[in-house]
Design a protein around this ligand. Structure first.
Ligand SMILES: Cc1cc2nc3c(=O)[nH]c(=O)nc-3n(C[C@H](O)[C@H](O)[C@H](O)COP(=O)(O)OP(=O)(O)OC[C@H]3O[C@@H](n4cnc5c(N)ncnc54)[C@H](O)[C@@H]3O)c2cc1C
Length: 464
C-alpha cells in the first residue's frame, strides 16, 4: 500500500491549495478526484463556468455599450447556446491545463476515482471500471465540496428543468426562465439570462434576499432589476411544479399565483458531498446537510489528523475562502502556525450588475451601536463612468465618527468585485477616512468613487 504525508480528497480550490502547499513544504501528496478532470465544482460547474458565461453574455450582447447605443444594441444578433458553450469549453480547458501543470511541477500525484475511508488513515479508491486500490495517509484533507440540493418535488429532466450544475451546458436558450432561489447563485444566473433579454422570474420564499448585503445596496440593485423587467416573486413559496406535454414547467406558488416558463432553474441550496465517504470508518459524522464540523482556526475535524476545508465545512462557501482554508490546513498539518486570517474578507456577487462588499453593513453598524456616518458616490458622477456610458452603479462607505475608522464598503455596479479590494486593504489595515481624503486617485477611474464617497462622508462629519 502506498503511503503519503498528505492525501487530499477532491481537487477543487481547497484541495488544490492544500496539495500544492503541502508539496512546497517537501511532503508527498496524493489528490484523489472522482470527476473526469481535476478542478472541482469551481472549475467545472460553479465559479468559472458561471463567470465565463457572464463574460460571454456581456460581450456578445453588447451590454456594456448599451448606455451609449440604447437597449436594442447587440454585438451579435442571434446568440445561441452554442456561442456560450464554445467559449466555456475553451476557458475550462485552459483552467484544467494550468492546474495539471501546477500539480506536475510540484510533484503532486493524482488518482482518478471515488475515495472512501477504510480506517482513520486508510482510503480506498474505486476507479470508473470498478478497480480498487488502497492508500495510506499520515494526514488527510476532506475537500469533497457539495452538490446541488435536489428535492423530490422538482421534476429535473436536464432539458427544461435544471439544477445549478446542469445549467452551464444548456441545450438551447429559453425565451423565458423561472429561477427558484434568490441566493447568490440564483441571482447571478437570473441576471445573466436577463442580460440576454430572456424574460426572467426570480422566485424566493422569503420576503427579502441577499440579507447579508447592505439594504441600501439591495434597493439599488432591485431598482435596476425592475427597470429591466426581471419579475421578482418574493415571499412566494413554491407548492408544486408541473410539466406540460412539451416539458414547459409551471410553478404553482403558495400565494395562489403561478409562473409558466420555457425553462426552470432550481438554485435553492447545496448539500455536502459526503454520503459516499464512509466517514463512520474514520470516526466522523456530518450534520443534516452533509457538512463536517471543524475547528475554524486549524481546520481539524474531531479526528486530529483529518482536516476538512472548502464548501463541505459550510459558511462562507466561496472559492476564494476555500483556497485559504486549504492552505491553512496544510500549514497546520506540517507544523506551521500561520497568523489568524484578517477580520474581514470580501464577497463578490457576479450578478449583472456586480455587487461586492467588505466589512459591516449599515444594519450591522447600527446593531452594534457604533456612531457612524456614510459617504456615497454614484458611478455616473465619475468621469470614467461618463466615458463608459454608465447610468448606474454606486459605492457606499461607512466610517466610525468616534475613531474615523472605515467600517464597511459596499459597491454595486461595473467593476465592483475588483474595486472592493482598495476598501478591503484600508479596512483590514485599520485605516481611517483620512486615507481617502489625503490620497490622490488616478483620473479618470471608477476608483475615484472612493474619493467622492470619502469626501461625502467627511463633509457630513465636519458639518456635524
Ligand atoms: C454556480 C456557482 C457559482 C459560484 N461562483 C463563485 C464565485 O463567483 N466566487 C467564489 O468565490 N465562489 C463561487 N462559488 C463557490 C465555489 O465554487 C465553491 O466555494 C468552491 O468550489 C468550493 O471548493 P471546494 O474546495 O469545497 O471543492 P469543490 O470545488 O466543491 O470540488 C470538490 C471536488 O471533490 C470531488 N469529490 C467529491 N467527493 C469525492 C470522493 N468521494 N472522491 C473523490 N473526489 C470527490 C468532486 O468531484 C469535486 O471535483 C460558486 C458556486 C457555484 C455552484
Amino acid at each position: 500500500m502506498h503511503s503519503f504525508d498528505m492525501i487530499v480528497i477532491g481537487s477543487g480550490p481547497s484541495g488544490r491549495r492544500a496539495a500544492v502547499q503541502s508539496a512546497k513544504l517537501g511532503k508527498s501528496v496524493l489528490v484523489i478526484e472522482k470527476g473526469r478532470r481535476v478542478g472541482g465544482v469551481s472549475v467545472h460547474t460553479g465559479t468559472i463556468p458561471s463567470k465565463t458565461l457572464r463574460e460571454t453574455v456581456l460581450n456578445l450582447s453588447g451590454w456594456r455599450e448599451r448606455g451609449f447605443y440604447g437597449r436594442g444594441y447587440r454585438v451579435k444578433k442571434d446568440i445561441a447556446a452554442s456561442d456560450l458553450i464554445s467559449r466555456l469549453h475553451k476557458t475550462l480547458d485552459h483552467e484544467v491545463e494550468v492546474l495539471e501543470h501546477q500539480f506536475g511541477r510540484n510533484g503532486v500525484k493524482t488518482a482518478r476515482g471515488e475515495a472512501s475511508f477504510v480506517s482513520p488513515h486508510e482510503i480506498e479508491i474505486v476507479g470508473d471500471t470498478g478497480e480498487r486500490s488502497c492508500v495510506r495517509g499520515a494526514h488527510i484533507l476532506i475537500a469533497c465540496g457539495t452538490r446541488p440540493f435536489r428535492p423530490d418535488y422538482v421534476p429535473f429532466n436536464g432539458t427544461t428543468v435544471f439544477d445549478s450544475d446542469e445549467i452551464v451546458e444548456l441545450p438551447r436558450l429559453p425565451r423565458s426562465l423561472a429561477v427558484i432561489g434568490a441566493g447568490v447563485i440564483g441571482v447571478e444566473y437570473a441576471t445573466i439570462f436577463s442580460a440576454l433579454d430572456v424574460a426572467v422570474t426570480l422566485i424566493e420564499p422569503r420576503t427579502s434576499f441577499l440579507d447579508f448585503i447592505d439594504k441600501e445596496l439591495i434597493e439599488e440593485f432591485v431598482h435596476e432589476l425592475r427597470d429591466r423587467n426581471v419579475a421578482l416573486r418574493l415571499g412566494a413559496a413554491v407548492s408544486s411544479i408541473q410539466l406540460s406535454a412539451e416539458g414547459r414547467p409551471t410553478c404553482r406558488l403558495a400565494d395562489g399565483r403561478s409562473v409558466t416558463s420555457d425553462m426552470l432553474l432550481f438554485a435553492a441550496g447545496r448539500v455536502g458531498a459526503t454520503d459516499r465517504l464512509n466517514l463512520g470508518a474514520a470516526g466522523l459524522a456530518t450534520d443534516h446537510r452533509g457538512r463536517i464540523t471543524v475547528d475554524p482556526k486549524t481546520l481539524q475535524t474531531a479526528v486530529p489528523h483529518i482536516y476538512a476545508a472548502g464548501d463541505v465545512i459550510g459558511f462562507p462557501s466561496l472559492a476564494s475562502t476555500s483556497m485559504e482554508q486549504g492552505r491553512l490546513a496544510a500549514c497546520h498539518a506540517f507544523g506551521l502556525e500561520p497568523p489568524p486570517p484578517p477580520e474581514f474578507f470580501p464577497y463578490g456577487i457576479y450578478a449583472v450588475p456586480e455587487i461586492s462588499t467588505v466589512g459591516m453593513s449599515e444594519e450591522e453598524v447600527r446593531k452594534r451601536g457604533i456612531p457612524y456616518e456614510c459617504g456615497v458616490a454614484r458611478f455616473r458622477e465619475t468621469s470614467r463612468g461618463h466615458i463608459m456610458g454608465l447610468n448606474n452603479g454606486m459605492m457606499k462607505m461607512i466610517f466610525s465618527t468616534e475613531t474615523r475608522h472605515l467600517l464597511g464598503v459596499h459597491i454595486v455596479g461595473e467593476g465592483a468585485t475588483e474595486l472592493i479590494h482598495i476598501g478591503q486593504a484600508v479596512l483590514n489595515l485599520k485605516g481611517t477616512i483620512d486615507y481617502f481624503i489625503e490620497n490622490t486617485f488616478n483620473y479618470p477611474t471608477l476608483a475615484e468613487a472612493y474619493k467622492i464617497a470619502g469626501l461625502d462622508a467627511w463633509n457630513r462629519m465636519v458639518r456635524a
